[in-house]
Design a protein around this ligand. Structure first.
Ligand SMILES: Cc1cc2nc3c(=O)[nH]c(=O)nc-3n(C[C@H](O)[C@H](O)[C@H](O)COP(=O)(O)O)c2cc1C
Length: 156
């Protein structure tokens, strides 16, 4: 089983640190989903209605991604990690997913948040990973949550 761990992390690297642990545990390859135009602190101030994050959300905008995974085809299991934004995955994750052929992939979603659960993230992301089988999705608040997620993936 060849594993790829993709993740987006914007504010404090919370999702990045979970992704790093997963990559280590699974001996997977990491790919950081980075917007071509990096987010500044002001871009992420969701309390400001005119902040970039709010404009992207309301406009359902694509957020172009830096770089490309050349050997995507060779992976069997793909983790996709993200911070919860407005209850679901940020737009940049959708844009990232659109670029690849997901048929036959096993997908595992993981998220971090300020309190919300992972909610409808899987349902909302599904149209962008057509043909993939989402075998697990979990909000990671602790190492126990992470262990549970990894165990549920191993038995699949
Ligand atoms: C634009 C924006 C929207 C957010 N929306 C939510 C939300 O709906 N629910 C929640 O619990 N946290 C929300 N958060 C907080 C992040 O999910 C949380 O801080 C996350 O762990 C940050 O991970 P990171 O350091 O990898 O970016 C939001 C943060 C930003 C910047």
């Amino acid at each position: 089983m060849k594993t790829l761990v993709t993740y987006f992390s914007a504010e404090a690297g919370v999702t990045k640190s979970v992704a790093e642990k997963i990559a280590k545990e699974t001996q997977g390859t990491s790919f950081e989903i980075k917007p071509q135009k990096p987010y500044t602190e002001a871009d992420l101030k969701w309390v400001n209605p005119f902040a970039r994050c709010n404009r992207e959300k309301l406009g359902r905008k694509d957020v172009p991604v830096e770089g490309k995974i050349e050997d995507f085809k060779s992976y069997d299991v793909v983790y996709i990690g993200f911070p919860i934004w407005y209850g679901i995955a940020p737009n940049v994750v959708n844009t990232f997913c659109k670029d690849y052929n997901w048929f036959g992939k096993k997908v595992v979603l993981f998220a971090t948040s300020g309190g919300s659960d992972i909610g409808q993230s899987a349902e909302k992301l599904a149209p962008y990973i057509e043909g993939a089988d989402i075998i697990a999705d979990k909000l990671i608040r602790s190492n126990d949550d992470l262990d549970e997620l990894l165990e549920s993936v191993y038995v699949c």
